[in-house]
Design a protein around this ligand. Structure first.
Ligand code: GDP
Ligand code: GDP
Length: 437
């Protein structure tokens, strides 16, 4: 599985981190707003420069309330060191080097990761000389930029991209199913990992030279290779910031991007919270397979209706994930934990499913004959054909006379037809309307 390089921005408050972040990420941030349950997440975005795609983190957006100023900065620098491939250390050219800049520099000396030094608020070429002061921080050439005017970002991005890990280090493991367990702290993610990768199952060691996270857990079960992608609070408990919501959402984001299938772990005892919806929205938007795991089922007082009621609650709160299967388990007693493997495998298969064109054609022309597109003000939608253009998730293009004539309800009908015919449990399906001329 390919992983995009990550740039993390660190620096004092008010020097323009989020301005530079928005400048680099551009319009892309707002994409997440279309997904129900997802609020604008300004600390994380995708950027592009020349032929490079990357992820960008604004650590300034990760805060712990009540912590002293320097502690906040320290946490942000630590997160940058942990998460990034390249660190963008940003300073303010209008204020020169400050004590806090020197503190941050000291923390960054401890990492082997490349650091690129940006000097922001250099709005005009006449101001370029201010950068000389910043050589004293010891990170080589400082790059003058202006987040608000957009000046210098090209050279800065050149310098950052130049430090990306070389691509041949990435190993694509086609035969391995990558999945992650996403959920609030204490829902039982680590306990589930332990239950899944019990002592009886061999943990396959990470191959040398791979760029995968050392904390990912590879294992094999009934001839299938899996890898559990690490998220916040799973392997290295105890760091203060692991409990910071923005940080765990960020880690969830990153784990989801690297997964084929995402297990959204809910706490059977506590029910559903807003944070659960946020991460579920991210999984949907990223086009991943999704399974709901309701954990701690042993601790729930039950009667014959309890499970149905919980299912209704999930369907109500996660209406946009109506296709995701639900499994009730207990990491503590091991109840139904084994069923997780089969379900993950099944959903991963559906997520990667490519339907034969001839079969697809038969199914769709049959459906269109049974339920022809309705007239719209005298104009009729004409459907020429449907073709699958991608997997992970399955993506279909429907060629029509005029995409405007395709109503939401008819789109829905096409999606339902595809689901009924081919299953697609647990995976989103994308439908693209295109005019054929
Ligand atoms: P952050 O706290 O580091 O994320 O800083 P912000 O991005 O919120 O910016 C802090 C302030 O600096 C805002 O008032 C911005 O408009 C301003 N600012 C950001 N970048 C520049 C710049 O390149 N030039 C000037 N003159 N002001 C900037
Ligand atoms: P994480 O923060 O999501 O990784 O959660 P942990 O795996 O650390 O579990 C948090 C707490 O819930 C621990 O005290 C676990 O012992 C408890 N726990 C986890 N799974 C279960 C379960 O299936 N049943 C019960 N009763 N407790 C559980």
């Amino acid at each position: 599985m390919q992983q995009l390089p990550v740039i993390a921005i660190v620096g004092r408050p008010n020097i323009g981190k989020s301005t530079v972040f928005n400048r680099i990420v551009g319009e892309r941030v707002s994409i997440v707003e279309d997904t129900p349950g997802v609020t604008r997440d300004r600390i994380y975005g995708r950027g592009e420069w020349l032929t490079h795609e990357f992820q960008l983190i604004d650590t300034g957006g990760i805060e712990i309330s009540d912590e002293p100023f320097l502690e906040q900065i320290k946490m942000q620098a630590e997160i940058a060191i942990e998460e990034a491939d390249v660190i963008l250390f940003l300073t303010n050219g209008r204020e020169g080097v400050t004590d806090t800049d020197e503190e941050i520099a000291k923390m960054l000396y401890r990492t082997k990761k490349p650091v690129v030094l940006g000097v922001n608020k250099v709005d005009y070429p006449e101001m370029n000389d201010v950068i000389y002061d910043f050589y004293s921080l010891g990170f080589g050439d400082p790059y003058p930029v202006s987040g608000s005017h957009g000046r210098g970002t090209g050279d800065l991005l050149d310098a950052l991209v130049d430090q990306f890990p070389k691509e041949d280090a990435t190993v694509i493991e086609e035969d391995t199913i990558h999945f992650s367990l996403i959920g609030r702290p204490n829902v039982g993610k680590s306990s589930l990992v332990n239950a899944l990768v019990g002592e009886e199952r061999a943990i396959v060691s990470n191959q040398a030279g791979t760029t995968t996270d050392a904390t990912d857990t590879p294992f094999e079960y009934e001839g299938q290779k899996y890898k559990i992608i690490d998220t916040a609070g799973m392997r290295r408990k105890g760091k203060v910031y692991e409990k910071v919501e923005k940080y765990s959402v960020l880690r969830a984001h990153r784990a989801i991007e690297r997964s084929d299938v995402v297990l959204i772990v809910l706490d059977g005892e506590e029910g559903i919270r807003d944070q659960d919806k946020r991460v579920a929205g991210i999984a949907e938007e990223a086009g991943k397979g999704v399974i709901f795991i309701v954990n701690k089922w042993d601790a729930v007082e039950k009667d014959t209706k309890t499970m149905d009621e919980f299912i209704k609650l999930i369907r109500y709160h996660f209406a946009f994930l109506e296709y995701a299967p639900i499994l009730f388990v207990s990491a503590k007693t091991g109840q139904r934990v084994k069923e997780i493997y089969d379900l993950v495998r099944h959903v991963a298969e559906k997520h990667a499913l490519r339907v034969q064109s001839s079969v697809l054609n038969d199914v769709m022309s049959d459906a269109f004959a049974r339920n022809p597109a309705p007239n719209d003000k005298g104009r009729r939608l004409k459907i020429y054909y449907v073709t699958q253009v991608a997997t992970k998730p399955p993506t279909f293009v429907v060629f029509v006379n005029d995409p405007q004539l395709m109503h939401f309800s008819y789109e829905r009908f096409i999606l339902n037809t595809l689901r009924e015919a081919f299953g697609f449990e647990g995976t989103p399906i994308r439908l693209i309307k295109r005019a054929r001329n």
